[in-house]
Design a protein around this ligand. Structure first.
Ligand code: NAI
Length: 242
């Protein structure tokens, strides 16, 4: 049976790089994206050029019922789901004293609940297959906490707890669940940060990371090379959270 990998947030940034890298090891790549049709179409072209079939699905990962329907359809179309990469994420930064309730709820809704929704609706298929690899994209913010990002840090710390609990719960079914924790990576999410920023200076490697450097790790964790690794959180951060 052909191998199928689903990558949320796969149209751009880290998810895009992961989708293209995973195309080297899977026959079918499904990217899930929120709004940018053009970016999704362009990424699909790059996936095909890398040697896999590509499909883009427009879906809000924060919507429990919509995710359920979409996973049922993907399972019908591809026969099985082998790899799930939860990369969709948003920020709504601001000081806690001024943070709106909606800004807190939205970030938790996409980053944490969205990750739960995807895992929840893929797990029945993983369990039947007795096989599956889940990779969640958390952040160093979820490990060390960032001022101005209480909502985001909470959501990413939640993803770390979720990863470890899922790993323990599903290990007997042949399912592995790990997380990668990027530091500052050059994507649209960090487009406002300039090279001379003091945050960049605080990185021991003195530079931002590239999406491809995170994608390498995601691809490793997705593969059988990581067959004995589960419940692990690996930083890709140039040393900023040492
Ligand atoms: P990005 O903003 O370039 O990409 C985020 C992707 O998530 C977009 O493709 C967007 O369509 C998708 N998305 C957002 N909300 C969605 C929703 N409700 N449903 C479906 N898709 C949705 O961001 P980037 O930088 O590539 O980030 C990817 C992941 O890596 C995020 O989870 C982010 O929190 C995490 N991360 C990024 C870091 C960075 O420095 N860029 C550092 C640490 C973690």
């Amino acid at each position: 049976m052909n191998k199928t990998a689903i990558i949320t947030g796969g149209a751009r940034g880290i998810g895009r790089a992961a989708a293209i890298k995973l195309a080297e090891d899977a026959e079918n790549i499904v990217i899930i994206y929120r709004s940018n049709d053009e970016a999704a179409a362009a990424t699909c072209e790059e996936i095909r050029a890398a040697g896999a079939e590509a499909k883009a699905v427009k879906l809000d990962v924060a919507d429990f019922d919509a995710v359920k329907v979409a996973m049922e359809e993907l399972k019908k179309e591809f026969g099985q789901i082998d790899v799930l990469v939860n990369c969709a994420g948003i920020t709504k930064d601001g000081l806690l004293a001024m943070m709106k309730e909606s800004g807190f709820d939205e970030v938790i809704g996409v980053n944490l609940k969205g990750t739960y929704n995807m895992i929840r609706h893929c797990t029945p298929y993983f369990m039947k297959q007795r096989k599956g690899s889940i990779i969640n994209v958390t952040s160093v913010s979820g490990i060390i906490g960032n001022a101005g990002q209480t909502n985001y840090s909470a959501s990413k710390a939640g993803v770390i707890g979720l990863t470890k609990a899922v790993a323990k719960e599903l290990v007997s079914r042949g399912i592995r669940c790990n997380a990668v924790a990027p530091g500052f990576i050059e994507t649209e999410m960090t487009a406002g940060i300039d090279e001379n920023n003091e945050m960049i200076n605080a990185i021991p490697m003195k530079r931002m990371g590239k999406p491809e450097e995170v994608a390498e790790l995601i691809s490793f964790l997705a593969s059988d090379k990581a067959a004995y690794i589960t419940g692990e959180i690996i930083r890709v951060d140039g040393g900023i959270a040492i």
